[in-house]
Design a protein around this ligand. Structure first.
Ligand SMILES: Cc1cc2nc3c(=O)[nH]c(=O)nc-3n(C[C@H](O)[C@H](O)[C@H](O)COP(=O)(O)O)c2cc1C
Length: 140
């Protein structure tokens, strides 16, 4: 699927929980109505896609590596993420992701997100920027 072209405009939302689940490979298997509304996609366009379809290019790769390293250890991960809407605008969330284990078997992952507070966003912007610049200078 084509990624939207990012525009430098924030899409603000101030309430609700964005819920999604994926299989063990990060392919979306469930999206609630709030996810569709905030990401700007109808449900049919989200289900079956890799969760990176809402990845924003301003997010450093190392942030997602940390996320997957944590999940692969069977632990829960939480952090602040900048996401890309279908219309190119961005939105910031505080995200919590949990491995779903049944009978000792990893079934997939489940994520819940709320709007990020502006204080959280202000804290991570310079951190992500520095990580991104390092990655770009190394050609990662
Ligand atoms: C349950 C779950 C939720 C995720 N939510 C997001 C998300 O909101 N935004 C995002 O960019 N990546 C999210 N990811 C991580 C993506 O799977 C992906 O690793 C990331 O977008 C970076 O893309 P890449 O792995 O292709 O480099 C999520 C992963 C899981 C398992």
């Amino acid at each position: 699927m084509e990624h939207p072209i990012p525009i430098d405009e924030e899409y603000k939302f101030d309430e609700g929980l964005i819920l999604s689940s994926t299989d063990a490979n990060g392919v979306i298997t469930y999206a609630n109505r709030k996810f569709c509304e905030i990401a700007g996609y109808p449900k049919e366009e989200l289900i079956g896609q890799n969760h990176n379809m809402i990845r924003h290019p301003d997010m450093p790769k190392a942030a997602f590596k940390a996320l997957w390293d944590t999940l692969h250890e069977g632990k829960e991960w939480s952090g602040i993420v900048k996401n890309l809407r279908k219309d190119g605008r961005y939105y910031w969330v505080y995200s919590h992701i949990t491995p779903i284990v049944e009978d000792g078997q990893l079934k997939g992952y489940s994520a819940a997100r709320r709007p990020a507070f502006s204080t959280e966003v202000e804290t991570v912007i310079p951190v992500y920027q520095e990580m991104l610049e390092k990655e770009q200078s190394k050609g990662v």
